[in-house]
Design a protein around this ligand. Structure first.
Ligand code: FAD
Length: 455
């Protein structure tokens, strides 16, 4: 649609919001903006690739697309979700009934396409469009005297550069595509194959090989299991407390790799050594916002994006929203809650505190986390605190919180996973009502619910 056409559509006085990225977060943002056409013009969603779904668009190739842009998705061929569909979904759009609780990634992509169909999102997405710059501008008629110039290009030659003005911007560019590789002295001396899980697609190339997997997060564990299935000999090297659940055949644990010796041997923290064929980093990803104007002052340091009020809003520029940066969360409902909160800010149902108050709030929140021994790099990991966070935003924004069964079911799945990482995905959950649910094993037997610590 032309600029003029879009301007006409927007309707005078309605807020124009740009959404960066058509992954789950961007789609959720758009769905919630479209539901409020009394306040908002139809959003414009900019998406570099030709598809919706971001992470859920499996790409067999590694490296770059034909157009030279880096491959975005870190999805691997046989991945099944680690969160049951009953709580992985957006709260206003369940997964299809016939699916098991833990679905193959292709089903999640289908689900997101159905979400676009159902909420009529397709026409609002500009595919093949890279957001290159997001710059704040003073504008009297803008939201709180502020507007945003968003510069985009066609993503290939970056030739067709277009600048458009918006009242607000929701940044939903994802954070699982720029591999983080920790500094390990002597790493360049390693003689085997060095790779990051971003480039892992399937286990066959590793059949019979020796592999040191660094990191025992969800990807590290999942990939170690896949490697075990092809008889790879795996050392799962990590700095967490040793796992106590049964490990896959051929997988043993070790403390972190601390250095690589002159001859390429890996040395672990306990002094033991290994010379694997493959050294596979499952060490997570960097946050990156290459398009954000420096003056906005959003910084990334040690895996923390700051300063952000409620992990979302830079106090000095409160019409910019960085959605979905929290970690160890249940992503889709989290995006839903954050999007609803953004709308409550923009439509005035929640009045943001002053800049100084927001800065103070961030300072106090960060200090409280530090006082509980949380290192900077873990501040964005909400884990079980996500439920209080979600409820808090719903209360501030005056919208419906998540149904009460959500947190309990999600946390119980985490317990089942910690007890038995080999089999927890064979469970099937049923939601009984607003507060209750049940779970059955593969044989259809009902399982006792785990005792949870107070959330
Ligand atoms: P993304 O899905 O990464 O989407 C971001 C989009 O922004 C992309 O389409 C990208 O092309 C676009 N974009 C980026 N920069 C620009 C730009 N400058 N201009 C225009 N467009 C841009 N979550 C679960 O709930 N359950 C699971 O089982 C699960 N398993 C996972 C397994 C793996 C291997 C990984 C990596 C993640 C997994 N997740 C899982 C988390 C998952 O990433 C989130 O569920 C969710 O898909 C993230 O959505 P997003 O929109 O924030 O980011």
């Amino acid at each position: 649609m032309s600029l003029v056409g879009r301007f006409k559509m927007s309707g005078l006085g309605k807020l124009r919001v740009a959404v960066i990225g058509a992954g789950a977060a961007g789609l959720c943002a758009a769905r919630n903006l479209l539901a409020r056409q009394d306040i908002f013009a139809p959003p414009v969603i900019f998406e570099i690739t030709k598809n919706i779904g971001g992470t859920w668009v499996y790409e067999e190739r590694v490296g770059h697309y034909d157009n030279g842009l880096p491959i975005h998705s870190s999805m691997y061929r046989d991945l099944r979700t680690n969160i049951p569909k009953e709580v992985m979904s957006f709260p206003d759009f369940p997964f299809a009934k016939h699916l098991p609780s833990f679905v193959h990634h292709t089903e999640v992509r289908k689900y997101l396409e159905q979400y676009c169909d159902h909420f009529n999102l397709w026409d609002h997405i500009q595919f093949g469009t890279t957001v290159d710059a997001v710059k704040p501008v003073k504008e009297q008629s803008g939201w709180k005297g502020l507007a945003w110039d968003v510069t985009t290009s066609d993503g290939i030659e970056r030739s067709k550069s277009i600048k458009e003005r918006f009242d607000a911007v929701m940044v939903c560019n994802g954070h699982f595509y720029d591999p983080y590789i920790p500094t390990i002295p002597g790493l360049e001396k390693f003689k085997g194959m060095l790779m990051h899980s971003h480039d892992y697609r399937n286990a066959e190339p590793f059949a019979g090989k020796s592999v040191v997997v660094l990191g025992a997060g969800l990807s590290g564990l999942d990939i170690a299991m896949e490697l075990s299935d092809v008889n790879a000999k795996v050392i799962l090297s990590h700095g967490q407390r040793p796992l106590t659940c049964p490990l896959p055949t051929g997988v043993e644990q070790a403390p972190p790799v601390v250095k690589v010796l002159e001859d390429g041997t890996l040395e672990f923290q306990d002094g033991k050594q290994a010379t694997p064929d493959v050294f596979l980093f499952c060490t997570g990803y960097n946050f990156t916002f290459p398009f954000l104007d420096e003056n906005v002052g959003v910084k990334v340091k040690d895996h923390l994006v700051f300063p952000l009020y409620k992990f979302l809003i830079p106090p000095a520029y409160p019409s910019l929203f960085i959605v979905g940066i929290c970690r160890a969360i249940c992503p889709f409902p989290h995006f839903h809650v954050q999007s609803k909160f953004v709308i409550s800010v923009l439509d005035g149902s929640f009045t943001l505190p002053s800049r100084e108050e927001m800065e103070k709030d961030i300072e106090l929140d960060t200090a409280a986390r530090r006082a509980r021994g949380i290192a900077t790099r873990h501040i964005l990991k909400l884990d079980s605190e996500q439920w209080a966070y979600n409820d808090h935003l719903a209360q501030l924004g005056g919208f419906q919180p998540l149904p009460r069964y959500w947190s309990n079911l999600y946390e119980s799945n985490k317990v089942f996973r910690a007890r038995d990482m080999l089999n927890y995905k064979t469970h099937n959950y049923t939601v009984l009502d607003e507060t209750d649910w049940m779970v059955q094993n593969l044989q259809g037997q009902q399982l006792p619910k785990p005792q949870l610590k107070q959330i």
